[in-house]
Design a protein around this ligand. Structure first.
Ligand SMILES: Nc1nc2c(ncn2[C@@H]2O[C@H](COP(=O)(O)OP(=O)(O)OP(=O)(O)O)[C@@H](O)[C@H]2O)c(=O)[nH]1
Length: 498
């Protein structure tokens, strides 16, 4: 435009003022605009705003040159195309108005003059200039399209990468969560037996007890200790001892059948079974079943009384009026366990429930109603002696339950268990005395049958409340223990040691 305008001014010989205006518009003014844009807070917006001033000045300039047709056409085309390309269609009418305003101001001040002709060199120059300008704008559009497509592709690739990264992040998070869960689980488990450890127990027992108290439910606590475990270790080695503990722990875990039951290793060869909501009768049945299950494992233990690994169990029950806190409950279970150990091991003992019951139990001990095993009762045959000792323990449990006036169902369940054990013992005893050549073996077996039949009869009457507590007491303490085990059984003792 600068060259074309210069050509026109020269051809028309407009004089110094026109040259000055040309220099002002095309040489000085662009620098002012650049300086303004560079200093502005939003330089892009300022530059776009400058386009409107450009249009105004161009209208003014074309009016000053008396509206040369080709030059004006080229200037209007370039200006409007530039605006449309940079600011879109809506800017076109505004710029047309700005040009008209510029022309109008000039015409108003200097008067209207119209000389549209341009010489052929300028006409051709304008035509070529317009073509060149349109081509440049077209090429700029093409380049921008190309760039846009590249940016879009790059964006799509980045989006895919982000998506993948996001997916692997989700997988990582899940792995971290699983690991945290595993760590939490490991921190609360005993490494040898995989049962809950004491730390976990300490944190949950309080909560379980409080919850049962709130709901008015009982909570049974079973304390288990492996019998003569030191001797087992000494005899079989520590590693075998570990395997033995694992086997006992598995049996214990199998007893914790409800989701709320909790089996834990309390320390060394001591375990705990926490049974929220379970009353004494059910817990006693479960403890007895557990004792038998460990016995049934038949893990050889030459220095134990029965020849295999056994456990002693102390049971305490939290009810509305007994063992209300964890410490008291643990102490009671521990005391019961102590009594189980001192009653001959391989047995279950229930902790005394209330002060009254404690007094009764004390009186039981004082009055020697509890049976006390004595070495003089031993036959010399290890298996029989172990069974006799275990029966003493069971009978003591039942005698205590009778004296403590435990519910009939509870006592009946204990007697049922005892009859099962007695029947098994009689069977074993009959085999042993037959093999030992005891001549009275057949008569002795007949006595066994009589005792079992009588026991069955008493239990059925006891269950229907057709019998007071004295008769089972008499049968157990006198008929079974004093007369048979400590009396009639002694007949075959000499044959066993022979
Ligand atoms: N193998 C093995 N032995 C253990 C472990 N923890 C404790 N013990 C052993 O268990 C034995 C416990 O012995 P004591 O407390 O004297 O009791 P006990 O020999 O079982 O006798 P009673 O309980 O009276 O029947 C000790 O010899 C301990 O070394 C263990 O994790 N693995």
């Amino acid at each position: 435009m600068f060259v074309a305008s210069g050509m026109h001014i020269f051809a028309k010989n407009y004089g110094v003022a026109a040259w000055a205006l040309l220099a002002l518009l095309f040489l000085l003014y662009p620098h002012v605009q650049y300086w303004r844009a560079a200093r502005a807070a939003d330089s892009v917006k300022t530059e776009l705003d400058n386009l409107l001033i450009d249009s105004f000045l161009l209208g003014l300039f074309m009016a000053a040159l008396e509206f040369p047709l080709w030059l004006s056409f080229a200037a209007i085309m370039a200006t409007l195309t530039n605006n449309a390309a940079n600011k879109g269609w809506p800017s076109v009418p505004k710029n047309v108005l700005a040009m008209l305003a510029g022309a109008l101001i000039w015409v108003t001040v200097r008067g209207f003059k119209f000389s549209p002709d341009t010489g052929w060199p300028l006409t051709i120059f304008c035509m070529v200039g317009i073509c060149g300008y349109v081509l440049v704008i077209g090429n700029v559009g093409f380049q921008r399209n190309l760039q846009l497509r590249r940016v879009r592709e790059e964006l799509r690739t980045r989006e895919q990468e982000l998506l993948k990264a996001n997916q692997s992040l989700v997988v990582n998070l899940q792995e971290i969560e699983a690991l945290q869960q595993q760590l939490r689980e490991q921190a609360s488990r005993d490494s040898l037996t995989a049962l809950y450890n004491r730390r976990y127990l300490d944190t949950t027992l309080d909560r379980e007890l409080a919850s049962c108290k709130r709901e008015g439910k009982p909570l049974s606590l079973i304390m288990i200790d492996v019998d003569d475990f030191k001797k087992y270790n000494d005899l079989h080695g520590h590693q075998a001892g570990d395997q033995c503990l694992i086997a006992v722990a598995k049996t214990l875990q199998a007893s914790a059948k409800r989701a709320s039951d909790l089996a834990a290793r309390y320390g060394g060869e001591e375990f705990l079974l926490v049974l929220p909501g379970m009353d004494a009768t059910a817990a006693q049945g479960l403890a007895e079943e557990l004792r038998r299950s460990v016995e049934a494992l038949k893990i050889p233990h030459e220095q134990s009384r029965g020849g295999s690994v056994t456990i002693s169990i102390g049971l305490a029950v939290m009810t509305n009026d007994s063992h209300k806190d964890v410490a008291g409950l643990l102490r009671a279970a521990d005391e019961a366990l102590y009594h189980a150990k001192h009653g001959g091991r391989n047995q279950v003992r229930l902790a005394t429930q209330t002060r009254r019951a404690a007094r009764v139990a004390e009186s039981v001990a004082v009055n020697l109603v509890q049976l006390v095993w004595h070495p003089a009762y031993e036959s010399g045959q290890a298996e029989l002696d172990a069974q006799h000792r275990a029966l003493f323990g069971h009978v003591n449990n039942i005698l205590a339950a009778l004296l403590l006036e435990r519910p009939v169902d509870e006592v009946a369940a204990l007697i049922d268990t005892l009859i099962g054990d007695v029947a098994k013992h009689f069977e074993d005893e009959e085999k042993i005395i037959l093999a030992a050549g005891f001549p009275g073996a057949a008569a002795h077996a007949a006595m066994h049958r009589e005792l079992i039949a009588h026991a069955g009869y008493l239990v059925s009457r006891f269950k229907t409340r057709d019998l007071d507590r004295g008769e089972p007491f008499q049968f157990l303490a006198h008929d079974l223990v004093a007369r048979h085990i400590l009396g009639e059984d002694r007949e075959f003792f000499p044959h066993l040691s022979a």
